[in-house]
Design a protein around this ligand. Structure first.
Ligand SMILES: Cc1cc2nc3c(=O)[nH]c(=O)nc-3n(C[C@H](O)[C@H](O)[C@H](O)COP(=O)(O)OP(=O)(O)OC[C@H]3O[C@@H](n4cnc5c(N)ncnc54)[C@H](O)[C@@H]3O)c2cc1C
Length: 451
């Protein structure tokens, strides 16, 4: 293995980061334009990177910490997601064997540690309430398959001793204003984030509370990582960092540096957000001020009604594509916008005059065996990557866990992360490309009305 790793590609985020566009301007950070020396370098400023930063600031005294972000804070996937920070996994182990119950309970406990981390950060940095709200989510069912899924899920929750509430079609209408849903399963533990607000305030809060100890650099992608005796030198287009330890928090872009090669699946999903709803439109819609519905079928549409600094809006997310190039075109975003419009009209026929203001796509990273890309991947380089699509909670855990591992801190997160196999090798590129996209299409077709 050569001493130098050059980034094969850098992140490109198609469409605007809508969540960030609807909040007041947040502090911006300088570009790295000189050579700096630090104890720690965090590469990537999303959930994993910023959680690692907060954790490092908490457990080190005099260490200097820098974070470099290729783009801007909250402009990447961290500010593009739907903001469901879930405590209960989407899939629970089937059957009632005691060991499966224990595994689910362990994961729920760890996820709740991530949720608590977000709540604590929100309090410590005096975030506005809409950044992190403990308002729960609903798993909406639109057909008999969805209802069956919710029923089985509720049975698992009974075995786990978890709370939930069944919602009738009438109750769903009272909450969402829509007659589209046959029923729903309310899961109270989910935190609802305004993801761009949370991530921006997290970055700002850590910076403000740690003075010279911690620095963020935006528009400063790592383009080369080179070993220099006992330290690492990381180059950006206009500067460089000499550091002892690196936390690699770039999710799928770990592969761009040659880590976990051919083991990570790069997937995009797509979303649209309406313009601010007028009073007249809000009256026609009815329902509660804010709510979030995840689909019973994972290929279905996620829908959120939000209310906040910039008015009331509806967000709708659907469609998936597998893109090993880690890039998708603006045309694709616009084409899939038609699918979001259709799903929106199906659910809210009374809002036929409402237009979408933002359309975007975002990157996710999955592994074939649904495990994280975690651990020490080279001497003193710690990976906190591959969140398998639920990165608000898992990315938070991975960031904390990578720091715990790097500092030899006794940690339930590290013990859990270490218990997984490595991400499985993918089949040859063309086969995975064709195969994965065919499977996605087929599953989307099967999702039917859920889309
Ligand atoms: C539309 C959409 C909806 C979603 N909804 C949800 C949801 O409701 N709940 C949920 O849990 N998850 C959701 N996700 C997934 C979630 O956004 C991701 O899992 C999460 O952002 C991953 O966090 P991360 O910190 O690991 O990676 P990222 O958020 O991708 O952060 C990595 C950062 O690294 C930076 N980077 C990459 N390469 C370099 C480099 N060379 N140098 C410097 N910086 C670099 C990137 O710019 C990026 O900012 C959704 C995703 C999308 C796209």
């Amino acid at each position: 293995m050569s001493n130098t790793r050059v980034a094969k590609r850098l992140p490109r985020d198609p469409g605007p980061p809508a969540w960030r566009s609807i909040i007041p301007e947040q502090p911006r950070y300088p570009k790295l334009e000189n050579k700096i020396i630090t104890d720690w370098l965090i590469i990537g400023g999303g959930f994993a990177g910023l959680s690692a930063a907060r954790r490092l600031c908490q457990i080190t005294n005099t260490d200097k910490i820098a974070l470099i972000e290729a783009s801007e804070i909250a402009a990447g996937p961290a500010g593009r997601n739907s903001g469901f920070m879930i405590d209960l996994p989407h899939e629970l182990g089937s059957g009632s064997y005691q060991n499966k119950i224990e595994v689910d309970q362990k994961h729920i406990k760890l996820n709740r540690q991530a949720l608590q981390f977000a709540k604590d950060a929100a309090e410590e940095y005096s975030m506005p309430t809409e950044a992190v709200e403990p308002s729960g989510r609903i798993n909406g069912a639109v057909n008999t398959d969805g209802e069956k899924h919710n029923k089985e899920y509720a049975q698992h929750l009974d075995q786990l001793g978890e709370q939930y509430k069944n919602l009738s079609s009438f109750e769903m209408e009272k909450i969402t204003g829509s007659t589209f849903y046959k029923s729903g399963l309310f899961l109270p533990g989910c935190l609802m984030l305004q993801p761009a607000l949370y991530i921006s305030k997290l970055a700002n809060g850590i910076s403000q509370s740690n003075g010279n100890k911690f620095s963020i650099y935006e528009h400063s992608p790592a383009i080369e990582i080179k070993k220099n005796n006992d330290s690492w030198e990381i180059k950006t287009p206009t500067g460089s960092v000499i550091t002892k330890k690196i936390i690699m928090a770039v999710n799928g872009h770990a592969e761009s540096f040659g880590f976990f090669e051919n083991r990570l699946m790069h997937v995009f999903t797509y979303a649209s957000m309406t313009k601010k709803l007028t009073n007249d439109q809000l009256t026609k819609l009815g329902g509660e001020k804010k709510w979030g519905v995840t689909p019973s079928n994972p290929m279905g549409s996620t829908v959120r009604k939000i209310t906040g600094i910039n008015g009331d809006r509806i967000l709708i997310r659907n469609r998936w594509t597998f893109d090993p190039s880690m890039e998708v075109s603006e045309q694709r975003v616009s084409k899939f916008g038609n699918d979001q419009d259709k799903s929106f009209n199906d659910r809210f026929p009374m809002l036929s005059d409402v237009e979408m203001e933002y359309r975007w796509a975002g990157r996710l990273c999955l592994s074939l065996n649904s495990v994280p890309a975690f651990g020490e991947v080279d001497k003193n380089i710690y990976s906190a990557c591959c969140q398998n699509g639920i990165g608000t909670a898992k990315g938070t855990l991975a960031g904390i866990g990578a720091v715990d591992l790097a500092t030899n801190t006794d940690s339930a997160i590290v013990n859990d992360m270490k218990s997984y196999d490595a991400p499985k090798k993918l089949p040859p590129k063309l086969i995975s490309y064709l195969g994965a996209n065919a499977i996605i299409k087929w599953r989307e077709l099967k999702a039917g009305k859920e889309l």
